[in-house]
Structure formats: structure tokens, C-alpha cells
Ligand binder design. Structure first.
Ligand code: HEM
Length: 435
């Protein structure tokens, strides 16, 4: 077997221990146990993220913030590192270079990020909320008469998917390919590169179709953006938005619902005034952020970082989950849970998530709709029996089986009024979002 690709000399890094594997069933079952062991090795520790790929993982909060903001020492461009990684590695769909905001620095990043920000800003919050509520009702109606369901497959996965495919104008017949592509990337298992290529194929066809005939959707807006993206750049930004948006939003909804349903203070059900959607979402963003480990950076030159020697081009990842849950916390909010400003679930620095507000809006609306309609939901299995998806990058329950009193018909939405709108992008040429 070829030695794992690190871009570093053997033994470089804080420890000579065999790197801990951050993939497979063992990690998925107990990520926080892994983070505890890694923290014992210092602010950075060696990890294995695929059978043939090693990295250094930052688990210390201050070191994480320093890294995410230090554009002088670190680049986001993975190409030097990638040259030593097998071309079919399952982590390349997430970490491999593409011309997007995620893999660029400075002026190039600003150009892509401007186009992404302006496109996302076209999503009107009140229409997004109404659209999510409408789709939520449709999804709930599909299983509410049965008294059982899987809140991941039958609910959490469908909501962001619908928003992204509808907003960008994806042909409904291609939605399954979008799901397979984004899920394959994050699971980082064999077949991930093919799943990613198929997703790119869907978006390539979409971009070609909108070049020929513009529509009233975000794809058309991005193509007409003053940044003047060429076809490949447009395809890659759209693929980035879909993959960065769909999976973590699904998992934010799923993780928060699990949090509410397994909260011991409420006997594992939503009866009797359970924790609110906002509390559950905040708690998840601190304790089980949907993107658990990412923030890939590469030293521009040999250097020392928080006492650890780093080699130029070496892969350094940030554990948002480990940094958030460091105990005693070293974040700016030592009390931990009182505000959402200090956790790193959205990352930090120039590459922080540009979609915090729409993602929160989608997640909160989805949870409120579900819990207001199926108000005696309870988990159908013990929380400890849940299976988590593999992969080093995300925190994602594979299924969330529940039971509830079957409904003959869905109640009229009460507090949550749902205006009859079908398009969360009201006017693609209206306004100049984000300047
Ligand atoms: C509407 C849904 C979402 C969209 C469209 C979206 C889009 C994006 C994009 C385009 C980036 C790259 C930014 C750049 O490099 O400049 C990004 C980064 C990021 N997003 Fe989001 N995102 C969404 C939801 C979420 C959610 C729910 C989370 C987790 C709570 C999240 C966490 C992050 C993180 C941690 C990064 C940094 C990744 C890294 O450092 O490698 N995002 N997002």
C-alpha cells in the first residue's frame, strides 16, 4: 500500500501515534470520544480521513480561529497537496480543487464569493419561509396517516432539496441525481467521485440550457452576474452551493429534531412543551454541527503553528465540532450556550458560510411545521441505536424513525400561515443584493 498522502515528512506533526481514523462506523458511532483522544495530543493531531489520506486536525478553539483567519500563512488552494493523493480517493469530491469560492484566495475568491453572495441574496426570506412551509405540508401529508415515518428520508432530505432544485431551475426528473451526488460527496465512500461527476453533469446541462434560453431562476441570474463567470465557473459555483447547502441543512434539521425527541427533560416526546426549535438548533450548532470537520487549509511555506511544525502544502483541517465542545471552553463565551456568536458551526474568516440566514430559516421553518402538525412525535428506537452516516466531514443520522398518532387529514396551519406562492425567487432582476 502506498503511504498515506500528507504532504508532510513522516512523523511531522504533533504525535508519532498511529493516526486516528475519522471515517467508518467507529468514528460515526462516537465522534466525541475521538475528539477527546485527539485533544490529548495537543491543539493539532494527526488523523486519517480515508484509507490513503492523512491530515492534521485542529481541535483547539483558539488555534481554529487563528487558522481560519490567517490568509498570510495558509492558502485554500489544494493543488500542491492533491498531487500526492490517488485520483480516485473518496475525499477528493470534497477536498479536490475546483474554480470556486471554497478553493481560492484573495481577489479570485472575492469575485466568486461576490457572485455567490449576490445570488443567495435573491432568495426572499418571507417567500423562502412560505415555500418551505408549503413543501413541509406536502411531505408531512405523504406519511401522516401511517403513524410512523423516517424523518430523514421522508422529511429532512426533501426540504432543502426542493428549495435548491426549484430555485436553480433543475428539472424535477434530475432531483434524485442531485441527492445522490451531494450525499456521495459527504459520505466519502467508494463511488463518491462518480456521484459527484453525475451531479456536475446535471448542473452542466442546466447551465447550457439557460445559456440558450434564460429563465427566471438563480442559474440565469448567476450567468448574468457582472462577475462574468464562464460556463465552467458557473457550473462549479452552482455545484458548490447545492452541495454546501443541501447536505448540511438536511442534517441541521435532522440533528435538531433528534435533539428535541431525545431530550430527557421531556420524556423523549414533544408533549408538554418541549425545547423550542431555536433551542434545539442552537444546541446542535454547538454540540453536533452538521459540518463537523472541514476548513481545509494548506501552509504556503514550512512554518510553526501553535507549537506544531507544519510543512508547505500539508493538509490541515479544522474540527468545528471539537473546537466547539472543548472543555473548559476557550471560546469567547465561556458559558457556552448563551449565544450563537462564538461557535464555529458556520466556520469563521473569509470562507465562513455565506448562507447562515437562509439555512437557519429553512431549518427552523421545517422543524416548526413538523412539530406543530405531528405534536406527539416520539422516537421509535433508542437514541443509542441510531445509525450515523460514515465520512469524516459531517454529522448525520442515517435515519430518524418515529411514531405518532396517525392523522386522517392535516390540520389547517394555525399560527404559521402559508401564503400561496410557488417561487422563492420573486424577481431575478429586482434589486442589487449585497451591493
Ligand atoms: C442554504 C444552505 C447553505 C448554503 C447555500 C451554503 C453555502 C456555502 C458556501 C458557498 C460555502 C463556501 C464559502 C466560501 O468558501 O467562501 C459554505 C461554507 C460553509 N458552510 Fe455553508 N451553506 C449552507 C448551509 C450550511 C449549514 C446548514 C451549515 C452548518 C451549520 C453550513 C456550514 C458551512 C461551513 C462550516 C462552511 C465552511 C466550509 C469550509 O471551511 O471548508 N452551511 N457554505
Amino acid at each position: 500500500m502506498t503511504p498515506p498522502a500528507t504532504g508532510a515528512s513522516p512523523g511531522a506533526g504533533p504525535s508519532l501515534l498511529e493516526p486516528l481514523a475519522l471515517y467508518g462506523a467507529g468514528f460515526a458511532a462516537d465522534p466525541h470520544g475521538h475528539y477527546r483522544r485527539l485533544r490529548d495530543q495537543g491543539p493539532l493531531a494527526r488523523v486519517r480521513i480515508a484509507p490513503d489520506v492523512d491530515a492534521l486536525l485542529v481541535t483547539d478553539y483558539h488555534a481554529a480561529v487563528d487558522l481560519l483567519r490567517d490568509t498570510e500563512t495558509f492558502t485554500k488552494d489544494p493543488r500542491a497537496w492533491q498531487a500526492g493523493v490517488p485520483a480516485d480517493s473518496p475525499v477528493l469530491p470534497v477536498l479536490g480543487h475546483r474554480p470556486t469560492a471554497l478553493f481560492t484566495d484573495g481577489a479570485v475568491h472575492a469575485r466568486y464569493r461576490g457572485a455567490v453572495n449576490d445570488t443567495l441574496a435573491l432568495i426572499e426570506p418571507h417567500l423562502l419561509r412560505a415555500e418551505v412551509a408549503k413543501v413541509a405540508q406536502r411531505l408531512i401529508a405523504a406519511f401522516s396517516a401511517t403513524g410512523t415515518g423516517d424523518l430523514i428520508a421522508q422529511y429532512a432530505r426533501g426540504l432543502p432539496l426542493h428549495v435548491f432544485t426549484a430555485s436553480f431551475g433543475v428539472d424535477p426528473r434530475d432531483t434524485e441525481r442531485v441527492v445522490r451526488g451531494t450525499a456521495g460527496m459527504m459520505d466519502s465512500v467508494e463511488g463518491a467521485p462518480a456521484a459527484y461527476d453525475d451531479l456536475v453533469g446535471v448542473v452542466t446541462d442546466l447551465v447550457a440550457a439557460r445559456r440558450r434560453r434564460p429563465g427566471r431562476d438563480l442559474t440565469t441570474y448567476l450567468l448574468e452576474h457582472p462577475a462574468g463567470l464562464d460556463d465552467n465557473e458557473a457550473v462549479r459555483q452552482i455545484t458548490l452551493i447545492m452541495s454546501s447547502g443541501h447536505e448540511p441543512t438536511t442534517n441541521l434539521i435532522g440533528n435538531a429534531l433528534l435533539r428535541m425527541l431525545s431530550d430527557t427533560g421531556y420524556g423523549g416526546s414533544l408533549h408538554g412543551g418541549a425545547m423550542t426549535a431555536r433551542e434545539a438548533v442552537d444546541d446542535v450548532l454547538w454540540r453536533d454541527p452538521p459540518i463537523a470537520n472541514m476548513g481545509a487549509h494548506f501552509p504556503r511555506h514550512d512554518t510553526e503553528f501553535h507549537g506544531v511544525p507544519l510543512r508547505a502544502g500539508q493538509l490541515v483541517l479544522v474540527s468545528f465540532a471539537a473546537a466547539n465542545t472543548q472543555s473548559p471552553p476557550t471560546g469567547s463565551d465561556p458559558a457556552g450556550r448563551s449565544g450563537d456568536g462564538a461557535h464555529l458551526a458556520w466556520s469563521a474568516g473569509p470562507h465562513r458560510c455565506p448562507a447562515k440566514q437562509p439555512a437557519l430559516l429553512m431549518a427552523m421553518t421545517a422543524i416548526e411545521q413538523l412539530t406543530s402538525q405531528l405534536c406527539d412525535l416520539e422516537l421509535a428506537v433508542e437514541p443509542g441505536a441510531l445509525v450515523w452516516r460514515p465520512g469524516p466531514f459531517h454529522r448525520a443520522p442515517a435515519h430518524l424513525p418515529v411514531r405518532f398518532t396517525p392523522l386522517d387529514t392535516l390540520p389547517e396551519p394555525g399560527a404559521m400561515s402559508v401564503p400561496d406562492v410557488s417561487d422563492p425567487v420573486p424577481n431575478r432582476v429586482g434589486g442589487t443584493p449585497n451591493g
